[in-house]
Design a protein around this ligand. Structure first.
Ligand SMILES: *[C@@H]1O[C@H](CO)[C@@H](O)[C@H](O)[C@H]1NC(C)=O
Ligand SMILES: *[C@@H]1O[C@H](CO)[C@@H](O)[C@H](O)[C@H]1NC(C)=O
Length: 256
């Protein structure tokens, strides 16, 4: 019944009495489903005493089950009580009927995607790209790798969709590869929250010496341009006229 754990709507969460703050009883009513029409919806009525699950009614089983001695008598009483059973069946039908509505309320949540590079270990390849999608809902997602626009099928591995525990999921997909100059690697994410697939291109770090020299020289040049501009501006404003360097201005002695 792993399927039935797809979604779970908590209908009621109530009752806590604690005369001295020491004891509390919780009754948790759950409606679990993974289908959109609710045919597989399961009603769970759970009784907790001091956070320990003492017993529950499970609509698949159709009766109450006790997990501790404390509730044994109560469970026998409830299962022999047509009023209780009828009421639980009524609530189970309510749970099934309202599944489509609950599904509508659970709108998709878009994943937050991160790409990063790591060294590949124990592999014939040098490097490994990791595409991680975080905090999406629902669980169904497709994360694939494109190499120059074509889907990569080899050297690809992936985790399952991992539940975060807050209805949201995360998944990590790996591509082991040996860098080829000019090759474009893209992580493609397809999900119910997205109108079209989202593409995330891998941008290799410009780490060659030449690119550093180019960036450095460009910075130096820019600095020089600004300082000359600043100097001209200073001369202009202090003299009240535009200084156009003529031969006279620059070296009057030599022209004479
Ligand atoms: C409800 O009962 C079914 C059938 O025995 C079982 O597979 C399922 O795990 C139960 N659910 C829970 C939450 O105990
Ligand atoms: C079940 O309920 C009937 C009457 O409603 C009663 O006669 C019987 O003793 C009960 N059985 C148990 C096991 O409590």
């Amino acid at each position: 019944m792993a399927q039935a754990q797809g979604c779970s709507v908590f209908l009621v969460f109530f009752l806590a009495f604690s005369p001295g703050g020491a004891f509390y009883l919780t009754v948790l009513e759950r409606c679990q489903f993974s289908s959109t029409d609710g045919h597989d919806a399961v009603l769970l009525d759970q009784i907790y005493f001091n956070k320990i699950l003492e017993g529950q009614y499970n609509s698949t089983v159709g009766k109450a089950i006790g997990y501790t001695e404390k509730v044994e008598a109560l469970v026998i009483f409830l299962n022999n009580n047509t009023g209780f059973i009828t009421h639980e069946i009524w609530k189970t039908n309510l749970c099934k009927r309202n599944t489509p509505l609950a599904q509508k309320l659970l709108t998709p949540v878009e994943p937050y995607v991160q790409l990063r590079l790591e060294k590949a270990e124990y592999s014939q390849h040098q490097q490994m790209l990791i595409c991680s999608a975080y905090d999406f809902y629902p669980k169904q997602i497709r994360v694939t790798w494109l190499r120059d626009g074509k889907e990569a099928t080899s050297d690809v591995t992936s985790t399952d969709e991992l539940p975060n525990g807050n209805w949201l999921y995360q998944i990590h997909t790996y591509l082991e590869f040996t860098p080829k100059p000019g090759e474009k690697i893209t992580c493609m994410v397809e999900h119910a929250s997205l109108k079209k697939p989202n593409l995330y291109d891998w941008e290799p770090e410009p780490d060659s010496k030449w690119s550093k020299i180019v960036v450095g020289s460009a910075g130096l040049l820019l600095g020089l341009v600004f300082s000359i501009a600043g100097f001209i501006y200073y001369k202009t404003t202090s003299n009240g006229r535009v200084v156009v360097p003529t031969t006279e201005d620059v070296c009057p002695e030599e022209t004479l």
